[in-house]
Design a protein around this ligand. Structure first.
Ligand SMILES: [Fe+2]
Ligand SMILES: [Fe+2]
Length: 153
């Protein structure tokens, strides 16, 4: 089994504990949507698509488990570190790269490291394209416009 598949198996089990069916569906759709977008963006930028996808699968897990978005990026980075240590799928540098991306993913108005930016952009793509009839949020507009020009859309 690939390590991405192994991580998804773990995340799926956690998401399946969400009792509310609508919340469960939207959590699954978001993590898989961001994971696909992160893969695409990482490939385009010459970064590791597997690490990007793994970061995406974990990025909002803390919020879904706790039911709160309060400081979920920072708390989620620590949760991701614990999960990756338990699953033993990544080396120290990869764990650090994934946790850093999750730690910074809510800071959409500043620019961080290359993999941090992949996760932020993937999150924005999922927010903006899962229902393109909805207006883009003000705090995501600049980032979304840059992505559209990067991808020629
Ligand atoms: Fe988030
Ligand atoms: Fe997200």
């Amino acid at each position: 089994m690939s390590r991405l598949k192994e991580l998804r198996k773990y995340v799926d089990e956690e998401l399946n504990k969400i009792e509310d069916a609508d919340k469960r569906t939207s959590a699954i759709a978001h993590l898989y949507g961001v994971s696909l977008a992160a893969t695409l963006i990482a490939k385009k930028r010459g970064l590791n698509p597997e690490i990007a996808a793994m970061a995406a699968m974990l990025h909002d897990l803390y919020a879904y488990k706790s039911g709160s978005y309060d400081d979920h990026a920072h708390k989620g980075a620590y949760l991701a570190g614990d999960i990756l240590e338990e699953l033993n799928l990544t080396d120290d540098a990869e764990t650090e790269e994934i946790c850093s991306a999750i730690y910074h993913h809510d800071d959409k108005l500043v620019t961080d490291g290359p993999m941090d930016e992949v996760l932020k952009d993937a999150d924005v793509i999922d927010h903006c394209l899962k229902d393109s009839s909805k207006p883009v949020k003000e705090k995501e507009q600049v980032r979304f416009d840059k992505l559209c020009s990067e991808f020629g859309i």
